[in-house]
Structure formats: structure tokens, C-alpha cells
Design a protein around this ligand. Structure first.
Ligand code: CUA
Length: 182
């Protein structure tokens, strides 16, 4: 944009943009370009995922016959590849413990039977909200043997005081494998 005034005959409005304002517009555009590139790089090249609402589920149907949440737990889909269905309720995760060999990749499917909960696995970037009526999903690979606590990080409870929120946790135990590499 220039400061030159439009000819008298022109019907275009005389759009005056201050020099500093123009500079800030350029800076903003540059920043947006950098952020967009960062988001695309993170998702495509680094595989960073945003927790997804995988599907909707009626809380009344969670325990219905055929629902994977009626009998939650770990299922091995292929060697080293697992899916874990977890039910969150005030104030526990079912199952409370998951055991996998090192190098295992787990896709988590979690829903809540009552109120809003959180799901965070320590020492990983697994972190999502668990909402009633929705199945949340994230995938992670556990290369290092050890115990990873999965904790609820949403202050949960149907009525106040929410006395049990801090007791809502479980663990993922990653066991050493005899064969180092898979
Ligand atoms: Cu569930 Cu806090």
C-alpha cells in the first residue's frame, strides 16, 4: 500500500495505511505462515496428533452386549500392536492396570460412564479429556520398560465435595522383552 492519493476521478476509496500498521500486517502474515508450517510439519513429519473424538456413544449403551466397553481391556491385534478399551468412572479406570512388552504400540479408546474425566499418561504426550457420550482416542508406542501412571487430571465428581478425584489413577506396565528389537 502506498501513500499516493488516488486520482480525483477514481471511485475507489482512498485507503491510507500507516507505515507502521503496514509493517505489523506483514509481521502478522509472516507469523501466521510460520505457525501454519509448524502445524503441518508437526502433524505430517512428526506424527503429533490431536486427541480425536473417535465416535459418539450413548452412556446407556456402554454396558450393552457387544459394546467393547462392557468388557474393557487390552487386545492384541498383531505382534506388538494393541488396542486398549478403558472405562472411566468416578473414581477409577477399568482396567486399572495394563501390561505390554517394550516396543508395544497401543491405541487407546476411552469413554466415561458418568462425568468428565481426564486421561494423562506420565512420561508420554498422551493427554486428553474423557467425556460422557464420546469415545476419545490416541495412540502411543512404549519403547522404554517401566511403570507409567495414567491419571485423571480433570477435577471430577457428580456432587461436591469431589472426594475421590485424586485417587483416580491406574498404570501401564511396560515389560522388558527377551528379544531386544522387534
Ligand atoms: Cu476422574 Cu478426576
Amino acid at each position: 500500500m502506498s501513500d499516493a492519493t488516488a486520482p480525483e476521478s477514481s471511485n475507489l476509496p482512498n485507503l491510507h495505511v500507516d507505515r507502521y500498521e503496514a509493517a505489523w500486517i506483514r509481521v502478522s502474515l509472516l507469523m501466521m505462515t510460520i505457525f501454519l508450517a509448524a502445524v503441518i510439519t508437526a502433524s505430517v513429519a512428526w506424527g503429533i496428533q490431536v486427541p480425536g473424538a473417535y465416535q459418539r456413544i450413548k452412556p446407556a449403551e456402554i454396558m450393552a452386549e457387544g459394546s467393547p466397553f462392557a468388557n474393557p481391556g487390552l487386545r492384541e491385534l498383531a505382534p506388538g500392536k494393541y488396542e486398549a478399551y478403558i472405562r472411566a468412572a468416578t473414581w477409577s479406570f477399568t482396567p486399572e492396570e495394563i501390561r505390554v512388552p517394550a516396543g508395544a504400540s497401543i491405541t487407546f479408546y476411552i469413554t466415561s460412564v458418568d462425568v468428565q474425566h481426564g486421561f494423562k499418561v506420565m512420561e508420554t504426550n498422551l493427554n486428553m479429556m474423557i467425556l460422557p457420550g464420546q469415545v476419545s482416542t490416541l495412540k502411543a508406542t512404549f519403547d522404554k520398560p517401566g511403570t507409567y501412571n495414567m491419571i485423571c487430571h480433570e477435577y471430577c465428581g457428580a456432587a461436591s465435595p469431589t472426594i475421590g478425584h485424586h485417587t483416580m489413577y491406574g498404570r501401564i506396565i511396560v515389560e522388558e522383552t527377551e528379544t531386544a528389537a522387534r
